[in-house]
Design a binder for this molecule. Structure first.
Ligand code: SF4
Length: 63
């Protein structure tokens, strides 16, 4: 699974980081970045974060 953030759509609400801090972090620029790998242990959290993003800024590709 590959995950990326569409930065222009991110409003920096922090929901993704709260759901899966292994993978998402709000950086100094005020938007979320992917900071870790998606692994079997956290992929459900990544999907939950993507589903919960209020602006659909998280793009998940199932490879
Ligand atoms: S949940 Fe969406 S809008 Fe909120 S910080 Fe994460 S990527 Fe940005």
């Amino acid at each position: 699974m590959k995950v990326s953030i569409i930065s222009e759509n991110c409003i920096g609400c922090g929901q993704c980081e709260a759901t899966c801090s292994d993978v998402f972090k709000i950086e100094d620029d005020g938007v979320a970045h992917v900071v870790g790998e998606v692994k079997d242990e956290n992929k459900e959290d990544v999907e939950m974060a993507a589903d919960g993003c209020p602006t659909s800024a998280i793009n998940v590709e199932n490879a």
